[in-house]
Design a protein around this ligand. Structure first.
Ligand SMILES: CC(C)(COP(=O)(O)OP(=O)(O)OC[C@H]1O[C@@H](n2cnc3c(N)ncnc32)[C@H](O)[C@@H]1OP(=O)(O)O)[C@@H](O)C(=O)NCCC(=O)NCCS
Length: 152
């Protein structure tokens, strides 16, 4: 099943499909324009998972350079509900981590809602650990858990 999944860089024509997955995946979905902007700024670290040409998942990442360290940031990740629990998100994250490593990042950071236990477990299995909590990070006042993984 996973063999027919291709992970490739996002193209402008993918934005509509990505937005549809986003709408059914989050309480406060990104607008299509935000995805288009992300593609302009981070074309190297914005990937989709496609099955027979159809986009079934995506990951948006970016690189941040603090002057002392470069680290990757996973900004958004979702898989179409019908395609979950098949290992697609794992492949998207692994492809993203590979790209971050190529760009000499020392680690990866992401934020996840404290209520999103499924996503937290998913990231923990991939080696991410909760490092701190941002109070009131989301529009509805919910806290974010910051999770990190270090490459060395
Ligand atoms: C979180 C999310 C991206 C995971 O996507 P996914 O493609 O289902 O993830 P995977 O299939 O790689 O892994 C999910 C689980 O399925 C399991 N799994 C993978 N392949 C499997 C298979 N063939 N059979 C059964 N289970 C399987 C994995 O072990 C994993 O278990 P875990 O969560 O206990 O570690 C997805 O649930 C989603 O889009 N959620 C809504 C948006 C969201 O919360 N995004 C993250 C916010 S930061």
């Amino acid at each position: 099943m996973l063999e027919d999944i291709a992970i490739r860089r996002t193209r402008p024509g993918d934005i509509d499909s990505i937005s549809r997955i986003e709408q059914v995946s989050f309480k406060d979905p990104w607008k299509a324009a935000v995805f288009a902007e992300s593609l302009t700024y981070f074309p190297e670290t914005f990937f989709v998972a496609a099955r027979q040409g159809e986009v079934v998942g995506f990951i948006v990442g970016g690189l941040e350079d603090t002057g002392e360290e470069i680290y990757g940031h996973i900004c958004n990740l979702a898989v179409a509900p019908a395609c979950r629990k098949q290992g697609i998100a794992r492949r998207l994250v692994q492809r993203e981590e590979q790209q971050f490593a190529v760009e000499l990042a020392t680690g990866v950071q992401l934020e996840v809602r404290v209520s999103n236990r499924d996503a937290q477990r998913f990231y923990r299995r991939l080696g991410y650990r909760a490092v701190l909590r941002f109070a009131g990070y989301y529009a509805n006042g919910e806290d974010a858990l910051v999770m990190m993984k270090w490459f060395r």
